[in-house]
Write a protein that binds this ligand. Structure first.
Ligand code: GLA
Length: 373
């Protein structure tokens, strides 16, 4: 490859889909993501200085970070994720060496497929490799998440960084966000395929709205704890939710209804996947979207139109918005031999409803981190 000959090694970290379990990772719930072949690749070479030079394939900008000054780059227009990742990794006691890092990302930015997590994870893996250090993928995921929370300012859960670092080819991950125990489930979809579709709507309010939801979940937990012994919101059973919902104001009640329901849907989705029951998986996707729309209020005109168009097709067993919401991508479970007609219908119907062009991605389920020398 053209770029590779100028660099010593390359590290890639995957984007992800999330089959089930939206907005439950920061509530200690289980989620079911899978790493995809859309990825962020960093070409790297040590440069013998005390600087990290950053460039991109699709941006004219170049950014230089001084290794001794990494705490001071918060808010950079470009390079913020890299600075945060390097800062957190260094703070954890790891040695950094000066290097040139060139980024090539096939994950759409801000599309809800974890472009940020893939940038953080690949940056840390590249920095460790440049310094000659071996790393543990789970540790990289945890540090990447710290960078996102502390440096970038999104109070996210662990799902994206974990999927990006620890994904496995052809497997979904059933990840317990409380304990970080992860069961890998073979992703066998019978004659069906997952179709990823981008609403292509810029997600301007994503950060503030996401943090608002996370704060609401914390507030609800504090209120419920006055009555119940709960480690996290994900521990709340359906029965206890019904019994104690009255302690919650109306909006928080809807938020908790989503979380309790979504945790149950993850459990059922893992059973459906194990049993090869695609109809059930499809129904759960539809229920999840309805709850994200009506209870969690994270969808909006574009995601709803895209999902409605998909759901109206008999070849589609289910469809929902994935990721943080307020735009981004949807995931649809579609009969493999009807994919082309499905895409054409959804594209036209979505364009008529919103004026946006839906973008479809062909992605496989892959490993999280890959290093090539
Ligand atoms: C974003 C966050 C994740 C998760 C999802 C919603 O992708 O980074 O931690 O909360 O939103 O499920």
């Amino acid at each position: 490859m053209l770029i590779m000959k100028d660099y010593d090694f390359k590290v890639s970290a995957a984007g992800r889909i999330n089959i089930m379990g939206e907005h439950v990772d920061y509530c200690g719930g289980k989620v079911m993501p899978a790493a995809i072949s859309l990825k962020n690749t960093v070409y790297a070479r040590p440069n013998g200085t005390d600087k990290i030079n950053i460039s991109w394939s699709n941006l004219p900008d170049k950014v230089t970070l001084e290794i001794d000054n990494l705490g001071n780059y918060k808010g950079l227009k470009y390079g913020n994720y890299q600075a945060g990742s390097a800062f957190v990794w260094q703070r954890a006691g790891h040695k950094l060496v000066g290097c040139d890092l060139h980024y090539d990302c096939s994950i759409p930015f801000g599309g809800g497929l974890s472009s940020s997590a893939a940038t953080e994870v690949s940056t840390i893996a590249a920095l460790a490799t440049a310094a000659g250090e071996a790393f543990d993928n789970i540790d990289v995921a945890l540090k990447a998440r710290q960078a996102e929370r502390e440096y970038v300012g999104v109070n996210c859960g662990i799902m994206d960084q974990y999927a990006s670092a620890c994904g496995k080819k052809d497997s979904a991950m059933l990840l317990d966000c409380n304990t970080l125990e992860c069961e890998y489930l073979p992703l066998k979809l019978g004659g069906y395929s997952f179709i990823i579709t981008n609403t292509d709507k810029p997600r301007s309010l994503m950060r503030s709205k996401y943090n608002e939801r996370q704060a609401e979940a914390e507030e609800a937990l504090a209120l419920l704890r006055r009555k119940l012994d709960l480690k996290s919101l994900a521990d709340l059973s359906v029965t206890n939710f019904k019994a104690y919902a009255t302690v919650l104001p109306k909006t928080l009640k809807k938020r908790v209804e989503h979380i309790v329901g979504e945790c149950e849907r993850v459990r059922l989705a893992s059973l459906a996947l194990k049993a090869g029951n695609m109809e059930m998986l499809g129904r759960l996707l539809n229920l999840s979207h309805a709850s994200l729309k009506d209870n969690y209020d994270v969808t909006g005109k574009e995601p709803d139109s895209l999902v409605e168009a998909a759901q109206s097709q008999s070849c589609c067993l289910g469809s929902r918005l994935i990721g943080g919401g307020f735009g981004g991508c949807t995931l649809s479970l579609v009969k493999s031999n009807s994919v082309e007609e499905f895409k054409e219908f959804v594209h036209n119907s979505y364009y008529n409803a919103t004026g946006f062009n839906a973008v479809f991605y062909d992605a496989e389920i892959t490993d999280g981190i890959n290093i090539t020398r």
